[in-house]
Design a protein around this ligand. Structure first.
Ligand code: C2O
Ligand code: CU
Ligand code: CU
Length: 583
């Protein structure tokens, strides 16, 4: 990139500007987490109010500290006055707890996901996932960190004093118009911030310091490095520790990706140094490079002018102070002993092709499709048998790089255009940047959670692309369960079978079949027609289902003995059966 821009950008890093101390988010820990989604007011720029959204505050949210193996009981109260969802990005949780677009939290409602933390120690995050509104809600400020701890990580000599030598840093660019309004779905993200602070400065001790970097931007890819070109060590990727630390001078991070790095400030000469994004070195075809498309005639609406595109710029300034007592002074090299899955173990390869909706020079402006389709809430794109080990092969046939993300699982990158990944990409990941005309293959195992009705998502983590439909969904089904629609068991007609046992006490099982995906209501009524409980009220894919009723009403109280009716409504079909509850 041209030298003039470089010099101007370095100039703004000089002490002409008063820099603001970076805010380190509060932490929540223990078994219960209370999150309140709220509207707020926040001054990113002094004197200019922006209407924001935050978690337990006006912008961003607390860091949730979780221990592997613990039970997490989370309440998410929506005081925004509009619907949203909260997704635990990177955590391996069941589809019902995942917070995808099907799990809407309506205004005034509280959602209560509960799960056991199965993940490895690492840096994860939470953010909204409402279909077509993810960019708006994230840009307005909804997101926070999740730090998982485990015994393997605890045994290593790593910095882990939160806010002292271990810092979560979410780096974001936003578009904020002169009146302070945060604009979503735009390519004019000129405002750079770390933990919602612009022109940020962080006081760090003169020792080994750990940064948990999260690219929380809607679209921008960063190419991190230190101002003096000092090397640093990457110790963890999206899903936890790398097996060995990797010495680097540059680290590219795409939207949604995390990396933990160690910087030895004892090696730094002088009392300040900076974290930069060496965006002038980004190859064309990546959002953040001089050219976001592969060819010069391919440009994004509103992309230029933007001083961040294709120029090196300062992300934050470090001010180095005296070391702490018990400072970590060495870089651990052997971190973990994680065994990646290998291709020979795979059951199937699935192909995903990313294409622009229109061809030609304007194709870079999207929309973008996955396997030729837009996201449709009612379409399940992939049905995956529980415990399948799968290779996913992602081919980008568009002129811009897309960060591909999958829910439910962490994966291992097998190769990029047939070449094994760099050491930084050999660990557990949940986002991978797929460059133009590139094929990235990864391998993963769909274990622990099956649910024939609630899907998981896969999508581009450029939020503008995701909101415009660059997303698909999969269900994980248990071939051994009665509600599986695999094994050639797709029914041909809708049926509601008799309840069994009947009469019953304490529980009866109601079975029904769906030949196609339908809107389903399954209710229990008393002999006067009063609703006792609704057992299902959702869209369900084709399949054979069995649902249990334990003789309680919708408040969970036991009903009196006697006769009840169960009615299934599925599309045009409806049928009612009798059940007798005995004491
Ligand atoms: Cu971070 Cu489906 O998202
Ligand atoms: Cu996710
Ligand atoms: Cu994309």
């Amino acid at each position: 990139m041209n030298r003039a821009t470089y010099l101007i950008c370095i100039a703004c890093a000089m002490p002409l500007f008063a820099q603001t101390e970076v805010t380190i988010p509060d932490t929540l820990s223990g078994q219960e987490f209370h999150l309140v989604l709220q509207n707020g007011n926040f001054q990113f720029q002094e004197g200019i109010d922006s209407e924001t959204m935050g978690v337990n505050g006006p912008v961003l949210g607390p860091t949730l500290i979780m221990e592997q193996g613990q039970f997490a009981d989370i309440s998410v109260e929506n005081q925004l006055g509009e619907p949203t969802t909260i997704h635990w990005h990177g955590l391996h949780v069941s589809a019902e707890n995942d917070g995808g677009p099907h799990t809407v939290i309506h205004p005034g409602e509280t959602w209560n996901p509960q799960f056991t933390v199965l993940d490895k120690a690492g840096t994860y995050w939470y953010h909204p996932h409402l279909h077509e509104h993810t960019d708006e809600h994230v840009s307005k400020g909804l997101s926070g960190f999740i730090i998982v701890k485990d015994d393997e990580e605890a045994a290593l000599e790593l910095p882990r004093t939160y806010g002292v030598d271990d810092f979560p840093l979410v780096i974001q660019t936003k578009s904020i118009n002169p009146t302070g309004e945060i604009v979503a779905h735009t390519n004019s993200d000129t405002e750079l911030m770390v933990n919602a602070v612009m022109d940020p400065r962080l006081v760090v001790p003169e020792q080994v310091v750990r940064f948990r970097l999260l690219n929380g931007s809607s679209q921008r890819v960063f190419n991190f490095g230190l101002s003096n070109n000092q090397s640093f060590h990457m110790i963890a990727s999206d899903g936890g520790l790398l097996n060995v630390s990797v010495e680097l001078t540059r680290l590219m991070l795409a939207p949604g990706e995390r990396a933990e790095i160690l910087v030895d400030f004892a090696l730094t000469t002088g009392s300040t140094t900076s974290l930069l994004s060496y965006a002038a070195e980004l190859q064309n075809g990546i959002y953040g490079a001089a050219q976001p498309g592969m060819m010069s005639m391919q440009s994004l609406d509103g992309y230029n002018p933007n001083p961040l595109n294709g120029s090196d710029f300062e992300v934050m300034r470090f001010e180095i102070v005296d070391p702490t007592v018990n400072a970590v002074t060495t870089i651990v090299s052997n971190l973990a002993s994680d065994t990646p899955l290998t291709e020979s173990e795979s059951d199937i390869t699935r192909q995903f092709t990313l294409t622009p909706e229109v061809m030609g020079p304007n194709s870079i402006n999207g929309d973008f499709l996955i396997n030729g389709s837009y996201f449709d809430m009612e379409t399940i794109n992939e049905v995956i048998p529980l415990n399948n080990i799968e290779v996913w092969s992602i081919t980008n046939q568009s002129p811009i790089a897309h960060p591909f993300h999958i829910h439910d699982v962490q994966f291992y990158v097998l190769d990029r255009n047939g070449v094994p990944p760099a050491p930084t990409e050999q660990g557990r990941k949940d986002v991978v940047l797929v460059k133009p005309m590139e094929t990235v293959r990864f391998i993963t195992k769909f274990e622990d959670f099956a649910n024939p009705t609630v899907p998981f998502m896969y999508h581009c983590h450029m939020l503008t692309h995701e909101d415009a439909g660059m997303m698909g969904q999969f269900i994980v089904v248990d071939p051994l369960a009665t509600n599986s629609n695999l094994a050639g068991l797709i029914p041909t007609v809708v049926t509601l079978g008799p309840a069994y046992p009947n009469p019953f006490n304490p529980t009866t099982t109601i079975r029904y079949d769906l030949p196609t995906r339908s809107a389903v209501t399954l209710g229990v009524y008393d002999i006067t027609g009063r609703t006792i409980t609704i057992l299902a009220d959702t869209h369900q894919p084709a399949g054979a289902y069995s649902i249990h009723w334990n003789g309680t009403n919708d408040l969970g109280n036991p009903v009196s003995t006697g006769m009840y009716f169960c009615r299934l409504e599925a599309g045009d079909y409806s049928k009612t059966i009798k059940m007798v509850y005995l004491k």
